[in-house]
Design a protein around this ligand. Sequence first.
Ligand SMILES: NC(=O)C1=CN([C@@H]2O[C@H](COP(=O)(O)OP(=O)(O)OC[C@H]3O[C@@H](n4cnc5c(N)ncnc54)[C@H](OP(=O)(O)O)[C@@H]3O)[C@@H](O)[C@H]2O)C=CC1
Ligand SMILES: N[C@@H](CC=O)C(=O)O
Ligand code: NA
Length: 418
Amino acid sequence: MKIGLMGLGTVGKGVVHVINQNGDSIEKRIGEKIEIKKILVKDAEKKRSPLVEGKLVLDPMEILNDDEIDVVVEVMGKEHPALEYIKKALENGKSVVTANKEVIARHGKELIKLANEKKVSLLYEASVGGGIPIIRPLKQCLAANKIYEVKGILNGTTNYILSEMKDRGMSFEGVLKEAQQKGYAELDPTDDIEGFDAARKLAILCTLSFNKYVVPDDIYTKGISSISKEDIKYAQELGYTIKLIAYGKIYENEKLEAWVHPVMISKESPLNGVNGVYNAILIEGNAVGRLMFYGQGAGMMPTASAVVADIIDVVNHIPGKNGYEDADIIPIQDTVSKYYIRLIALDKPGVMSKITGILGNEGISLVSVVQKEVHEDAAEIVLITHHANTGRIFKALDEIKNLHEIYKVASIIRVEED
Ligand SMILES: NC(=O)C1=CN([C@@H]2O[C@H](COP(=O)(O)OP(=O)(O)OC[C@H]3O[C@@H](n4cnc5c(N)ncnc54)[C@H](OP(=O)(O)O)[C@@H]3O)[C@@H](O)[C@H]2O)C=CC1
Ligand SMILES: N[C@@H](CC=O)C(=O)O
Ligand code: NA
């Protein structure tokens, strides 16, 4: 499977990294090697990674007219000339993967029609929520539902700015600069700050969720440029957090409400804890109920994760192109965990030392021990172990169970701390 990559910025570099890092395991999984054959850039003088040596081109036609290239991956950004390149690729019978929300939100309808006519794929998972899987779940896993409502934090840059202003008392300009350095912001950060990027993403989500074609111009859009440190302080005093929210709802009369606006979010809302570059999307469907999708909405590797998954999806739709190896499952006895153990024992001196002795022989040490009387002659003993080999825990419990002072091993629960 030969790829033509258009763009080698934050996302393009991520795609090169992921394919370089995970190429072998991907090949094993899908039965096909993904090879980046050519990469389109604008600036021939920029210093680039040795990984892309010999692949760079400045003329888009070198990719679009290359018969060996099966998939064009557009990660250049901006509406033009990306739109024209995507169209040309589809016309030439190539599948297209793109992260470009501007192009999909404005021209998705005609592009999907063209892809269908040409019997090729047009995939755009990275266009909404970066690394969060949301497009494919809406198209496939939730297809049985009537979706009523879509609500979320859809822009990583503005969420990062608002979180950092609140938590570190940073200035708007200072945090924006950080977001740009981290590769979160659009080329023109006004797109992020004024809410246009979130509106493009909301247009895509509303179209998929409500089955009505929604474009960014339909969406009332207000960004965060007027949010000051004072607003953030007052919000905290009043028990709220300010978030840039994108909201879409379909009413029974089939009318839609769709807007992007700063919102005072109460402490109880699941969106309140979504901080930094993280995005979250809440979906309400009539069969599935409420769902929340959460993850990094921008950045090199999370976004590349979605782009490369789309490339894999193209391969998976070629008949006979996937295969799985047999799984080698680690026996539960060989796994390691802390354990909570509750025992019912005879309330008599010496019982505890027998129990700790058996555990000690298996190299199991204890974080805590609690003992309570439950009857005249019975006590409940609750132990929390340090990390231990599960096989040794089982062996020790078998021995403990057989002590005549033990009535029963009432519970064994794994303990996790993160
Ligand atoms: N950054 C992120 O976290 C996310 C980005 N996206 C989307 O992904 C896309 C790419 O974003 P990002 O990687 O951040 O963008 P960058 O600005 O970092 O990179 C753009 C790349 O495209 C190349 N390029 C731009 N215009 C042209 C042109 N006309 N001809 C040839 N090459 C061109 C640039 O070339 P050169 O290197 O020579 O300058 C550069 O390599 C955008 O649509 C964005 O909205 C989606 C999700 C998350
Ligand atoms: N600029 C965007 C990038 C991802 O789509 C954002 O900050 O969310
Ligand atoms: Na996504």
